[in-house]
Design a protein. Structure first.
Length: 143
C-alpha cells in the first residue's frame, strides 16, 4: 500500500525500507529483548514518484537528514512497540515531505505610508525645537 504525501504524490512501498533494531534508554528487559526502534530509509535519487524539481526542494529542505548517497534516513524509538514507532515514523515522514514540498510564499514589498513618514519628520522637528530651547544661551561677546 503506497504512502500518500498529497493528492498528486504517493510513494510506493518498494521505495521505502524499514528496519528494526534494539532501542536505547529505560524499559527494563523489554529494551534488551525487543527490536522496537524503527528506521526508515528512502532513496531520494532513485525515486520514481518524485519529479526532479520535487527532489531538489526536498534536498534543500531536509538536506541534513540526507546522506551523500541521497538516502533520507529517519528513526523513531519513542514507543515501546515496533508497530507504534513505525506508525509515528510514517506520519513524520509524510509531514516532513509535505512541508518540504509546500510552495514558497513570496513577499510582496510594501511602501511606508506618506502620512507615517510625515508624522515621523514632524516628531523629529518638534524634538529638535525642544532641545534647542533647553540649551544654554550663547554668549556673543568678543571678550
Amino acid at each position: 500500500m503506497p504512502i500518500v504525501i498529497n493528492a498528486s504524490i504517493s510513494i510506493p512501498d518498494a521505495e521505502i525500507q524499514f528496519s528494526a533494531v534494539r532501542s536505547t534508554g529505560p524499559g527494563g528487559q523489554n529494551v534488551n529483548k525487543v527490536n522496537s526502534r524503527v528506521i526508515l530509509e528512502f532513496n531520494l535519487h532513485f525515486s520514481s514518484a518524485l519529479t526532479l524539481y520535487q527532489k531538489r526542494r526536498i534536498t534543500g529542505s531536509l538536506g541534513r537528514r540526507i546522506n551523500k548517497h541521497g538516502i533520507l534516513r529517519m528513526q523513531s524509538q519513542q514507543y515501546r512497540s515496533q508497530v507504534a514507532n513505525r506508525a509515528e515514523l510514517v506520519a513524520r515522514f509524510v509531514e516532513s515531505l509535505q512541508k518540504a514540498l509546500q510552495p514558497v510564499k513570496h513577499r510582496v514589498p510594501t511602501r511606508v505610508p506618506t502620512r507615517t513618514r510625515e508624522k515621523r519628520l514632524e516628531t523629529k522637528k518638534h524634538r529638535t525645537q525642544t532641545k534647542r530651547i533647553r540649551q544654554a544661551p550663547r554668549n556673543f561677546d568678543d571678550s
